[in-house]
Unconditional design. Structure first.
Length: 615
C-alpha cells in the first residue's frame, strides 16, 4: 500500500466542504492543542493536583509517575514502551492526561509512531475535538508515518459520533481510494452512521458492497440495519434481512431478537411475537429484562394488565427481578385505566424491593391523578418527587399544567409555568400550547395572546397546533377580525395551511353570518389543492341554509360524492333541516326518505321539524 498524497486526501473534510486542508499549521506541535484540551477537561494534568481522586485513579497516578521517570531517563525507552503506557491510561478514559503526555514526549524529542499517534487521535475524538484529530493525521503524513486503518477508523468513528456522517463517508471513500483496506470495524462504523441518519436503502447497499469486497457482514452489522428497519416500522424488510443473516451462518443474539419483538409489539402482531419467542427458546437464547419489559409493555398497551402481571411472575420464576422500567410500565397502565390506587400499590411494592421510582414513574402517577381531576393529590405527588430528589422533567411539568388547565384552574397553571421559567427546565412548545388552549377554552383569548408573546420572546417557534388554538379561540369568542388577520399572517409567513385551519375559520364566519367570506375560503382551499372533509361540507351547507340559500346548499350537498366525500348522517340532517326551515317541504320529505333508505336515521331536531310539518 502506497503512501497517501497529502495534496489529494480530503480537501473538504473540515468546515462543511470548504477547501481547507487538514494539514494546516501543526508548527506549534501539541502545545496549542493541549491548552485547548485543558480548558475542556476538569481532569488535572499533574500528579499532585489529582490527589483528591487518588482512590479512584491511583493506577493513573502510578502510570504518570512512571511516565515522568521514563521521560527523564537517558537514553529514553523506545516509543513502544511509551505507547503501552498511553494505551493503559486511555483504558481509564483519562484522555486529556494522554494529550498532555504526548505534548511532553514531543518536547523531549521522543519520536512518535503510527500507534502512538493513533492513540492521540482517539483521545481527541473522545474529547469531541475531531478537528485536532484530523490535524494529527496531517502530522503523521508530514513525519512520513504511514497511517493505518485503525487511525482512519478512529477518525471516521469520531465524525459519526458528532453526527457528521457525510464527512465520515467521504473519509471512508478516500481511505479506500488510496489503497487502504477497511476492516470489519470500519465497515460497521459507517453502517452504524448510515442507520443513524435513517438511510436504510443506503445501509442495505453498503451491506451488499461489503459482501462484494469479501467482507461477510457479522451479526453486529446485520443487527444494526435490522434495528434501523424496526425503528422505521419496516418489519417485513427487517425479517427478510434477519432470515438472510441466519442463512449466512450468523447466530442471532438477544439484541436482535429484542429489536424484532419490539417492532412486532408496536404493530400489534402478538402471534408473530409468540413465534419468535419459540424460536429463541429453540436456539437456547434466554429472555432478558429488556425482552420481558417489551412484553409487559405490549400487554399494558392492549389493556391486558392481568397478562402483564402474569409476565412479571414468569420473569421472577426465571430469576429476573423487575426493574424501575417494569414498574413504571405497570404504573402507567393502571393510571391510564383510571386505577390510580392500584398504581400506588405498585409504587409501594417497588419501594419495598429497594427500587426508588424515577421521573417516569412519578410522571405516570401525576398523569393518573390529573386524568381523574384530583389535582390536590397530583400536587402532593409532585412535591414528594422533589422531596425525594427526583427532579421533574419537562414532561412532568407539562402533565401537571395540562391537568390544571383542564380543571380550569388557570391561575395555578400559570404559577407552575412561572416556576419552571425561573428554576425548572425550559418550557417547550407543548407547554405554551397547553396554556393557550386552556385560556381560549374559558374565553381568555387576550391572555392566550400574551402567552404567545412570551413564547416568541423565549425563542420558541409556534407550530401549526399553536396557530389552530389561537384561530379557534378568536372564532369562538366572536373576534372574526382578529381571526382573519391571524390567518392572513399565517399565509404570508409561509406556514403550511391545512384543512383544519380552513374548517375553523369557515365555521367561525358561518356562525357570524358572513357567508360570502365562507364561500371565498371554501373556493380558496379547493384551489390550493386541499380536499374538503365531511365537516367542511356540513359547515358550509348549514351556513348557506341559515342565510336562506337552500338551493346553493343542495347543489353543494350533491357535489360531495363527486369529490370522494360521501354525505354522512349529519349531512342529511343538516340539509333536511335547511329545507324545512326554508319551507322546501317536498324536497325535505323526499330527502328524508332517501336518508332512511341509506340506513341513516333522523336526529331529534329533524324529527321535530318533520312532526311540525305534519301538524
Amino acid at each position: 500500500m502506497g503512501k497517501l498524497n497529502p495534496s489529494l486526501i480530503l480537501p473538504s473534510v473540515v468546515n462543511g466542504g470548504r477547501s481547507l486542508s487538514i494539514f494546516h499549521s501543526f508548527s506549534s506541535s501539541l502545545n496549542t492543542i493541549a491548552s485547548h484540551i485543558e480548558s475542556l477537561s476538569n481532569n488535572s494534568m499533574s500528579v499532585s493536583e489529582n490527589r483528591k481522586n487518588v482512590d479512584r485513579f491511583v493506577h493513573v497516578d502510578d502510570a504518570m509517575a512512571l511516565f515522568n521517570k521514563m521521560i527523564e531517563k537517558y537514553p529514553k525507552p523506545s516509543i513502544v514502551e511509551f505507547t503501552k503506557l498511553l494505551a493503559a491510561i486511555v483504558r481509564t478514559k483519562r484522555y486529556a492526561v494522554v494529550v498532555s503526555m504526548c505534548r511532553q514526549m514531543e518536547l523531549f524529542g521522543v519520536p512518535h509512531d503510527v500507534y502512538s499517534l493513533s492513540i492521540l487521535i482517539n483521545c481527541f475524538c473522545q474529547l469531541g475535538r475531531i478537528d485536532f484529530g484530523l490535524s494529527v493525521l496531517g502530522k503523521m503524513l508530514r513525519l512520513g508515518v504511514q497511517p493505518n486503518v485503525v487511525a482512519f477508523s478512529t477518525l471516521i468513528n469520531g465524525l459519526c459520533k458528532l453526527s457528521r456522517f457525510s464527512q465520515a463517508v467521504s473519509l471512508f471513500d478516500e481511505m479506500v481510494e488510496k489503497g487502504y483496506q477497511p476492516n470489519l470495524i470500519s465497515y460497521n462504523i459507517i453502517l452504524n452512521g448510515l442507520c443513524k441518519t435513517g438511510d436504510t436503502d443506503r445501509a442495505v447497499r453498503f451491506l451488499r458492497m461489503m459482501e462484494e469486497r469479501g467482507f461477510e457482514p457479522n451479526i453486529v452489522a446485520y443487527g444494526t440495519v435490522i434495528d434501523c428497519f424496526c425503528k422505521k416500522g419496516l418489519l417485513k424488510e427487517a425479517l427478510a434481512l434477519f432470515s438472510k443473516a441466519k442463512v449466512n451462518g450468523n447466530r442471532p443474539n438477544i439484541v436482535i431478537y429484542n429489536c424484532l419483538i419490539h417492532a412486532m409489539c408496536n404493530l400489534g402482531q402478538q402471534s408473530e411475537v409468540t413465534r419468535l419467542l419459540n424460536e429463541m427458546r429453540g436456539n437456547s437464547v434466554s429472555l432478558n429484562i429488556v425482552t420481558y419489559n417489551i412484553l409487559v409493555n405490549m400487554y399494558c398497551k392492549e389493556g391486558m394488565i392481568s397478562q402483564a402481571m402474569d409476565t412479571v411472575d414468569r420473569m421472577r420464576k426465571q430469576g429476573i427481578e423487575p426493574d424501575v422500567v417494569t414498574y413504571s410500565i405497570l404504573v402507567n397502565a393502571y393510571c391510564k385505566d383510571g386505577m390510580v390506587s392500584e398504581a400506588r400499590d405498585v409504587v409501594d411494592t417497588m419501594r419495598k424491593q429497594g427500587i426508588e421510582p424515577d421521573v417516569v414513574t412519578y410522571t405516570a402517577l401525576l398523569d393518573g391523578y390529573c386524568l381523574q381531576n384530583k389535582m390536590g393529590k397530583a400536587r402532593k405527588v409532585f412535591q414528594l418527587m422533589v422531596k425525594k430528589g427526583c427532579a421533574p422533567d419537562i414532561r412532568s411539568y407539562s402533565v401537571l399544567i395540562n391537568g390544571y388547565c383542564k380543571a380550569k384552574r388557570l391561575d395555578e397553571a400559570m404559577e407552575l409555568f412561572h416556576e419552571i421559567s425561573q428554576t425548572g427546565p425550559t418550557p417547550n412548545t407543548v407547554i405554551y400550547n397547553t396554556l393557550m388552549q386552556g385560556m381560549c377554552q374559558i374565553g381568555r383569548v387576550s391572555a392566550a395572546c400574551e402567552v404567545l408573546r412570551v413564547m416568541l420572546a423565549s425563542g420558541q417557534v409556534p407550530n401549526q397546533v399553536t396557530c389552530s388554538i389561537l384561530l379557534d379561540g378568536f372564532c369562538k369568542s366572536g373576534k372574526l377580525k382578529e381571526a382573519l388577520k391571524l390567518f392572513l399572517a399565517m399565509r404570508n409567513s409561509g406556514l403550511e395551511l391545512n384543512i383544519i385551519f380552513y374548517n375553523i375559520l369557515i365555521d367561525g364566519v358561518c356562525k357570524a353570518g358572513d357567508i360570502e367570506v365562507a364561500k371565498e375560503l371554501f373556493h380558496e382551499l379547493v384551489v390550493n389543492g386541499l380536499k374538503p372533509t365531511v365537516y367542511t361540507y356540513n359547515t358550509m351547507i348549514n351556513g348557506l341554509c341559515k342565510e336562506g340559500l337552500p338551493d346553493e346548499a343542495y347543489q353543494l350537498f350533491r357535489s360531495m360524492g363527486d369529490n370522494d366525500c360521501l354525505p354522512d348522517r349529519i349531512s342529511y340532517n343538516v340539509m333536511i333541516g335547511g329545507f324545512f326551515r326554508n319551507s322546501y317541504t317536498t324536497k325535505a320529505t323526499d330527502l328524508l326518505a332517501e336518508m332512511v333508505g341509506k340506513g341513516f336515521s333522523a336526529n331529534l331536531c329533524t324529527s321535530i321539524l318533520y312532526v311540525d310539518q305534519l301538524l
